[in-house]
Design a protein around this ligand. Structure first.
Ligand code: NAD
Length: 332
């Protein structure tokens, strides 16, 4: 094995670890996502070709970043994972082929198609229908306790409606709408304060404030997209799409662009349609997510290290411009 491959892998690991810290822990990326994704792919490829050189602590097997010590830590009873990415129609076709081989019935697979919201993942725990805890994803195993902060987000219900399970953990994304983000940065610039690099970092930074009065002033919006922990013996619909409808009936906000399709071609059309609509949406998205809709099939497929096998994010072409962040210190 050439020395230079091992060195390159080490170099990539160090770079990705640094970028992860800037992005997940400080909410202050120094490189665009496309650059990060390129290096991540390069490391993944080298690890595939040289499995004996793969480090046990490789960033390709990790989710997110460590919870910040200044917050109480919440242990996720069901881990909060990431998503695998497809960067082209061919990569998506390869995903559906893999699924087909695993299930041996690809023609019957139905997909739930969702916008990939570019914000911060949160977990909301409801007990007897009352919101009792909010947490960030953190490193997937443990996140930060941001209960008081999520309670300030207007479209997050403090109390659910109807016949709700005793314990219900709802997962979703908190985003800062684009118009609000622009207004926030304009004002910060005028006042000589630090601006956010993009709406994603604005949402993540706003959620991770020690003083919830600061979060309350930030225009944040939540969309539910999955369930985590649910009380035993709860009867839920057996498809992901119908579970989202159920969440909406309980009063949780669910994105209106979500659709169900029954073929790979249907997924491709959904991708094209949402890509076209991207600029007219008032929140940032960086792709679409395709999820196998039938829960039993999801369970058959299971998970790999950092992502479910039954879902994939098909990313849009890079669009991001990093806003240069100047001088003034900024508390997250
Ligand atoms: P990801 O963005 O690749 O995908 C997983 C996340 O998607 C979930 O945790 C969830 O928060 C989100 N999501 C949005 N809509 C969803 C939906 N409908 N259903 C399910 N999940 C949905 O997640 P990640 O692991 O946090 O981040 C990896 C990406 O972050 C990289 O590909 C890169 O683009 C970016 N990143 C950039 C830097 C940088 O320095 N620029 C550093 C680290 C990561």
């Amino acid at each position: 094995m050439s020395q230079s491959t091992a060195q390159r892998m080490q170099e990539l690991e160090q770079l990705l670890n640094r970028y992860n810290k800037e992005y997940y822990e400080n909410d202050e990326p120094s490189v665009p996502d496309a650059e990060y994704d390129k290096l991540f792919r390069e490391l993944q490829e080298l690890e595939k070709q040289n499995p004996d050189l793969k480090s046990k602590t490789s960033p390709t097997a990790k989710v997110g970043g460590k919870p910040l010590a200044k917050f109480n830590t919440v242990k996720h009873e069901v881990p909060m994972l990431s998503l695998d990415n497809a960067f082209s129609a061919e990569e998506f076709a390869a995903f559906s082929k893999r699924i087909g081989q695993k299930l041996d019935e690809v023609t019957k697979v139905t997909f739930c198609c969702e916008p990939k919201l570019d914000g911060a993942a949160v977990s909301l725990l409801y007990e007897s229908g009352i919101l009792v805890r909010g947490a960030t994803r953190g490193d997937g195993e443990s996140g930060e306790d941001i209960t008081e902060n999520v309670k300030t987000i207007r479209n997050i219900p403090l109390k659910l409606k109807g016949d709700v399970p005793d314990r219900l953990e709802v997962r979703g994304e908190v985003v800062m709408p684009i118009g609000a983000f622009d207004r926030f940065n304009d004002k910060a610039r005028q006042q000589g304060e630090k601006v956010f690099a993009n709406p994603r970092n604005a949402a993540a930074g706003s959620l991770r404030q020690l003083d919830s009065r600061i979060t309350a002033k930030r225009p944040l919006h939540f969309y539910a997209y999955s369930l985590g922990l649910v009380s035993e013996h709860t009867v839920l619909p057996d498809s992901h799409y119908e579970r989202l409808q159920q969440l909406a009936e309980w009063g949780l906000p669910v994105n209106s662009e979500i659709e169900r399709v029954d073929s790979v071609e249907g997924c491709d059309s959904y991708y094209e349609k949402i890509l076209e609509r991207r600029d007219s949406l008032n929140y940032d998205i960086d792709g679409v997510v395709f999820k196998i809709d039938t829960i039993a099939l999801q369970e058959t497929l299971g998970f790999v290290a950092r992502a479910p096998r039954w879902a994939i994010a098909r990313k849009f072409p890079a669009q991001e411009q990093l806003t240069i962040i100047t001088g003034v210190d900024f508390q997250v």
